[in-house]
Write a protein that binds this ligand. Structure first.
Ligand code: NAD
Ligand code: UDP
Length: 319
């Protein structure tokens, strides 16, 4: 296939590029580098099946030549208000990437009669009252809260994707992605994995927001990419959760990172972010992905973190 991938220079996008190219597909990557980095795709320069176009997806997208699949991953993704790369500091861009960007990407898919896959998110469920989260749960989302520029943009993106499917008969997929981590995350985007690993490698205290009893379930990027590709090749139009169901509190997660990096770092507890609508529990129910795609994550947290630690250390110039 010739695949248009928006957000190609981002963390997940760049791993998807690698995998699609390795499978023999051609990739047209689009990105405006608002949160991604040219470094993530530097190794693809000159690849005969990779074409990069610097472009903001909120503006009309024109792709000459054939396109068989459109994968829409362009969007800021970190909720951290202390980072310039967090979506609270990019509110209009985030709303536009989710709304106008999704509309434009759907338009390309329609013009080419291509299949379409949306990178949606567990934030669709907000601070969930159902646990673990199944795709049938409608969510508990604050439409005017500090995460609303992301959550509501993604909810709109799902709605317009379903409208193109129902009204224009477009062949669409919706991946609800839960916390994913691995090499190439921005060290400074404020998400918990790069934040804590960066702090641990610098020998600084690890910052845990609140009591650290809030939970997340972390999926290694290779597992996610496998699930995304299986979904792309499936016939499933309804949303599918993709994530690793193994749940851990942020406090335990910080202790694990401290231990794995030599135990030099203490943990410091900062003000909690409940007022910032920080979800208190998050764990995907992946029964649908297992049944429909035959997909199960393979990489456990220790192995994934070890690889991620090693890659971050390399980027920081540490041995
Ligand atoms: P990322 O910030 O590394 O990647 C996003 C990419 O999109 C960046 O390269 C950025 O420059 C690009 N981008 C943003 N706005 C753009 C625009 N208007 N035009 C062109 N390019 C634009 O983040 P990520 O973690 O790789 O996330 C990728 C996608 O997956 C996002 O849509 C995100 O919402 C979704 N997602 C990620 C996670 C996760 O845990 N990593 C969880 C749920 C959903
Ligand atoms: N968090 C933390 N310390 C940090 C960064 C994040 O304790 O330095 C917490 C954050 O409050 C949240 C969880 O870790 O409860 C995951 O945060 P992240 O920013 O990775 O994304 P989220 O899953 O909230 O979208």
């Amino acid at each position: 296939m010739r695949v248009l991938l928006t957000g190609a220079a981002g963390f997940i996008g760049s791993h998807l590029c690698d995998r699609l190219l390795a499978e023999g597909h051609s990739v047209v990557g689009l990105d405006n580098f608002v949160t991604g980095s040219p470094e993530n795709i530097a190794h693809l320069a000159g690849h005969e099946r990779f074409l990069f176009i610097r472009h903001d997806v909120s503006n009309y997208i024109y792709i000459p030549g054939r396109v068989e699949a459109v994968m829409h991953f362009a969007s800021p993704a970190s909720p951290n208000p202390h980072s310039p790369f967090g979506y609270p500091n990019l509110p209009i861009q985030t709303l536009k990437a989710g709304a106008l960007g999704t509309h434009n990407a759907l338009g390309v898919a329609r013009a080419h009669q291509a299949r379409f896959l949306l990178a949606s998110t567990s934030e669709i469920y907000g601070d969930p009252l159902e646990h673990p989260q199944r795709e049938t749960y409608f969510g508990h989302v604050n439409p005017v809260g500090p995460r609303s520029m992301y959550d509501e943009a993604k909810r709109f993106a799902e709605a317009i994707t379903m409208a193109y499917h129902g009204h224009h008969r477009l062949d669409t997929r919706i991946a609800r992605i839960f916390n994913t981590y691995g090499p190439r995350m921005r060290l400074d985007d404020g998400r918990v994995v790069p934040n804590l690993i960066g702090q641990a490698l610098r020998g600084e205290p690890l910052t845990v927001y609140g009591d650290g009893l809030q939970t997340r379930s972390f999926c290694y990027v290779d597992d996610l990419v496998e699930g995304i590709l299986r979904l792309l090749l499936s016939d499933e139009h309804l949303p599918v959760n993709l994530g690793n169901p193994s749940e851990i509190s942020i406090r335990d997660f910080a202790e694990r990172i401290s231990r794995m990096s030599g135990g030099r770092s203490s943990i410091t507890f900062l003000a909690d972010r409940r007022g910032a609508d920080d979800p208190q529990r998050r764990q995907p129910d992946i029964s649908r992905a297992r049944e429909i795609l035959g997909w199960l994550p393979q990489v456990d947290l220790d192995r994934g973190l070890q690889t991620t630690l090693g890659s971050f250390a390399g980027r920081m110039g540490l041995p």
